[in-house]
Design a protein around this ligand. Structure first.
Ligand code: C2E
Ligand code: SIN
Ligand code: SIN
Ligand code: SIN
Ligand code: FE
Ligand code: FE
Length: 524
């Protein structure tokens, strides 16, 4: 998980990757504004502190830091990254010490946030206009001007500027974070994973949150007992799958109900409920419980984030629907071929599982470097289901012949590889983005090739046979051997394994056989 975005007053801090505290903690006092006085005259420090002693801005007082030379100031500025204002003398250990320090702040520290107010003893030392612009020096005062009223005005203006800059910066970082979070959400393709991701991201967006729940309502009902908790974190993490009305405290039920009823976000001091509307659920609410009041910036972030979540929900839902539709079509096609072949649905499922397992084993063994970057890992199982789909083009009389095939019949049956490949190639070209169809075409066309070049339809050998075909060949033959066919009785598992082992380097790729043996042999 990423660092939590922590808004401490107006200062953005990247908190460590720690779980949020579960027990509520007392709200922390707002930090004070830090003002650094840089001057080689003690009197200036004393006077400034005295004049500003009771100064407050935005409910926060002032913490003074003092430096008596450029070098000392540089040390303090390196250490204290949240200084709001530097009241800066021009001439100290060098005639241009103040300007050198301004340069150091903006260029070396790359700190564009701290406000710099130059104070000089003599008007003749006024820096050039370019210098003021280049170093973003925010004010320029003669020390004689520092009467009580003038200093108040100067510091107020500078703090207002600093506060606004920090607020914008916090929003900017927050938006960046939301964009990051949203894109990782969109990668999650299953609804369960997606919902868990949402709750995790909320945890990283809001500091000090003690718990979050995401609840959804499927039908057009508004009773609390109808909201199901689909994901949860922190205090509520054990409540997934239960209904809001039964497991959450009354105050929370009331917030969530109100959000649903009014179809709006509900904010309380230490908690809030975000409403969002999606296609697949009637409505959803993310409820977040914090340890202290949410800052305005946090609220805005959550609002933006929740609008993104709604889009993400819809995307994931449509993707899930599409994937389900694809699977249904694949199974239907495979059943069609099986029907002619008098096989049961179990054959293709077993070939699917075995192909997946062999592929995972090959991946783990790093046998084929290309496998780790290939789409094959994702698609081979589903694609393997269609390896014999070309049998739809073979006459039943041949397929269901109880005895051995004569050479002419054999030639006809061998055409199932090419037929399958061309059906699936055509389908793959018609439908964009269904990569598994391309893999399926490759498998259909190559699952009867043999490693030694004696297979069909092309007589390819070794690496010239697509890896997908080399994998499915092993899975297909193994399952054909242990199954009953019109032309043969089932073999025992041990005999079939021995046969595959014996064909290593002849019918099958030796590396694929090794992976097969690792997943197929009973563990000792
Ligand atoms: P299938 O039944 O799914 O068999 C797939 C592959 O498993 C076969 O590819 C073959 O490599 C292997 N296999 C299946 N049974 C045996 C067996 O008893 N002994 C050995 N050594 N290997 C076996 P193949 O030979 O290219 O056959 C492709 C398809 O042609 C078979 O798919 C099946 O539908 C059909 N077929 C093959 N031989 C016969 C046969 O003698 N009679 C009939 N009716 N159909 C056959
Ligand atoms: C965070 O990690 O909380 C903030 C990250 C960012 O703003 O990019
Ligand atoms: C001093 O060095 O403090 C006097 C000159 C100045 O304030 O710029
Ligand atoms: C393919 O090129 O995808 C299949 C090759 C083959 O038919 O063996
Ligand atoms: Fe086949
Ligand atoms: Fe088969």
């Amino acid at each position: 998980m990423t660092d939590a975005l922590k808004l401490d007053g107006d200062t953005l801090i990247f908190a460590d990757d720690q779980p949020p505290p579960v027990a509520p903690v007392a709200p922390v006092a707002l930090a004070q504004w830090k003002i650094l006085i840089v001057d080689d005259e003690e009197e200036v420090h004393r006077l400034t502190r005295w004049v500003l002693a009771d100064f407050r801005f935005g409910d926060r007082g002032i913490e003074f830091l003092s430096a008596y030379s450029r070098v000392e100031a540089e040390g303090i500025l390196r250490r204290e990254t949240d200084i709001a204002i530097v009241l800066l003398d021009v001439v100290m250990e060098e005639d241009d010490a103040g300007l050198r320090l301004a340069h150091f702040i903006r260029e070396d520290l790359d700190n564009a946030f701290v406000r710099i107010v130059l104070r000089t003893g003599q008007p003749g030392q006024a820096p050039e206009h370019e210098v003021i612009a280049d170093y973003d020096i925010n004010d320029y005062k003669a020390k004689t001007e520092l009467t009580t009223q003038k200093l108040f005005t100067t510091v107020t203006t500078a703090l207002r500027g600093y506060r606004d800059i920090m607020t914008i910066e916090a929003s900017r970082k927050g938006l960046e974070h939301i964009l990051d979070a949203s894109s990782s959400l969109f990668e999650k393709r299953s609804m369960t994973q997606f919902i868990e991701g949402v709750v995790l991201q909320i945890q990283s967006l809001l500091h000090n949150h003690t718990g979050a729940v995401l609840c959804s309502l499927r039908a057009n009902r508004v009773h609390p007992d109808d909201y199901e908790i689909v994901a949860a974190s922190g205090l509520y993490s054990d409540k997934v799958g239960q209904v809001v009305g039964e497991v959450l405290p009354d105050a929370i039920i009331a917030d969530i109900s109100e959000a649903y009823r009014r179809r709006t976000n509900v904010f309380r001091d230490d908690r809030c409920a975000f409403f969002f509307q999606t296609r697949n659920y009637e409505a959803s609410v993310v409820y977040v419980h914090g340890t202290e009041a949410l800052h305005d910036v946090d609220r805005k972030l959550m609002e933006v984030f929740c609008s993104k979540i709604a889009i993400g929900f819809d995307n994931v839902y449509l993707f899930d629907q599409l994937a389900e539709a694809q699977k249904a079509i694949v199974y239907a096609l495979a059943r069609l071929a099986e029907h002619k072949d008098q096989e049961t649905g179990d054959h293709v499922r077993r070939v699917e599982t075995l192909s997946d397992n062999i592929t995972s084993e090959l991946l783990a063994r790093r046998c084929f470097p290309e496998l780790s970057e290939s789409e094959l890992v994702k698609h081979i199982g589903l694609a393997s289901i269609l390896h014999d789909v070309g049998k739809v083009g073979i006459p039943d009389a041949i397929l269901q012949k109880p005895g051995r095939l004569d050479p002419d019949e054999r030639a006809v049956i061998e055409r199932h590889a090419g037929i399958g490949q061309s059906i699936l190639d055509d389908a793959g070209h018609m439908v964009q983005g269904m990569n598994y169809l391309n893999v399926a075409a490759e498998i259909a066309g190559s699952h009867h090739e043999k490693f030694d070049g004696s297979g069909y339809p092309r007589g390819l050998s070794g690496d010239a046979i697509p890896l997908s075909g080399r994998i499915v060949a092993v899975a297909d033959v193994f399952d054909a051997l242990v199954s009953s066919r019109p032309y043969k009785k089932p073999w025992s598992r041990a005999d079939a394994i021995a046969y595959i082992r014996g064909e290593s380097g002849r019918h099958f790729d030796p590396l694929v056989v090794e992976a097969f043996l690792a997943v197929a042999e009973p563990k000792v």
